[in-house]
Design a binder for this molecule. Structure first.
Ligand SMILES: [Zn+2]
Ligand SMILES: [Zn+2]
Length: 385
């Protein structure tokens, strides 16, 4: 499934200001509003698409994640809330877009007036958890079970907060959850709609509170959650799992579970984006004669041939032995950086052997002709490209 770029959807540049993003979304929302395009499925899709793009780009944290990781950063395989966004969620976003409550008589005649915004819906708080992952788990993707303490729906009252479902309709708003006030201004009559103060927008009042949750509809409890973490995540990356956060008071919408990735340090390998680095120390005979070295990878070991005459600081690239890209663009490499290891202590026998070697013609660094040196420096430069 290919998803369109959020910036493209709203028709703004990547460096657009929050004000420009808001303006662009407002334009799209009016253009594709269902009341303006009755029965037009494509318009409805465009309308939802624009709302999803705006939800992400208007939120500093989500925008940053999207800029860095694209759609995959928005929750990977675990499902980002935008996909499940329903019309009610979208309409509830209009509040800050059009300023004040939407749906009143004050805004563009007829537009939205036939649509009931419905009662106020409670939303549970998001829950943040750190998940510690080894490099192997990051390389392969992982299924993790975690135990979290959070608000869950009260079983005794099914999350409603009312004992035996004892509700009565709010007498202030007659169940609509909102009150409408008409005031006279110099522009004419203005109609404003706000949440009902008596029932807090719920439209109903509990007559007999549940004794387990004291009418809240939620209780603290442990929950075991299975997480599917996509391969290629990195330290501090955040993944959101929609609906797995705290339950809302009295049967509203659950909050999200936000996972913060903690990468455990590997004993031998250093991560550099999708590449891995391994520092290999070789002594003079090994460098000069060549050898076979065992290199640790994320999940096993590989044998690598070291050519005779290998120079220190040379980097060997083991293609595809790094980490997978979070967006599925292939795999990184494992870079083996070769270092010269020099013994700090020598026996008298070792000393005399080295002194003899030091007199041999091929051990005279200054004896190399200019062409050889040039070639050597060219090679050195090549190692860093
Ligand atoms: Zn009310
Ligand atoms: Zn209860």
């Amino acid at each position: 499934m290919s998803k369109r770029d959020y910036y493209e959807i709203l028709g703004v540049e990547k460096n657009a200001t929050p004000e420009e993003i808001k303006k662009a979304y407002r334009k799209k929302a009016i253009q594709y509003h269902p009341d303006k395009n009755p029965g037009d499925k494509q318009a409805e899709e465009n309308f939802k698409e624009a709302a999803e793009a705006y939800e992400v780009l208007s939120n500093q944290e989500k925008k940053q994640r999207y800029d860095q990781f694209g759609h995959a950063g928005m929750g990977g395989a675990s499902g980002f809330s935008g996909q499940n966004m329903n019309m009610d969620d979208i309409f509830s976003m209009f509040g800050d877009i059009f300023g004040g409550h939407f749906g009143g008589g004050g805004f563009g005649g007829g537009f939205g007036s036939s649509r009931s915004r419905g009662q106020h819906v409670n939303r549970g708080q998001n829950l943040r958890v750190k998940v510690s992952l080894t490099l192997k788990e990051i390389a392969e993707g992982a299924e993790k079970k975690i135990k979290v303490k959070k608000y869950v729906a009260c079983k005794a009252c099914n999350g409603s907060g009312a004992k035996d479902g004892s509700f009565s309709t709010c007498s202030t708003c007659h169940g609509s959850g909102q009150v409408t006030r008409i005031s006279n201004t110099f522009l004419g009559q203005m109609q404003t709609t706000s949440a009902c103060p008596t029932c807090g927008g719920e439209g109903k009042i509990i007559t007999n509170k549940c004794t387990v949750c004291y009418g809240e509809g939620i209780v603290k409890d442990d929950e075991i959650i299975t997480l599917n973490i996509p391969a290629g995540v990195a330290n501090d990356m955040q993944l959101s799992v929609s609906g797995k956060g705290n339950a809302a008071r009295r049967g509203g919408i659950n909050g999200d579970l936000i996972l913060v990735v903690r990468e455990e340090e590997h004993p031998d390998l250093i991560r550099d984006d999708n590449d891995l680095i391994y520092n290999l120390f070789l002594n003079l005979p090994e460098l000069a004669l060549g050898t076979t070295a065992e290199i640790p990878t994320v999940d096993s070991k590989v044998k690598v041939k070291i050519d005779a005459g290998t120079q220190p600081e040379k980097i060997l690239r083991l293609r595809g032995k790094g980490l997978p890209d979070i967006n599925g663009y292939g795999k990184g490499d494992l870079l083996v950086r070769i270092h010269a290891w020099v013994p700090a202590k020598l026996s008298s026998e070792e000393k005399s052997l080295l002194e003899k070697l030091n007199l041999q013609p091929n051990f005279q660094a200054s004896g190399q002709d200019q062409a050889d040196k040039k070639d050597f420096f060219k090679k050195m430069r090549g190692m860093f490209e």
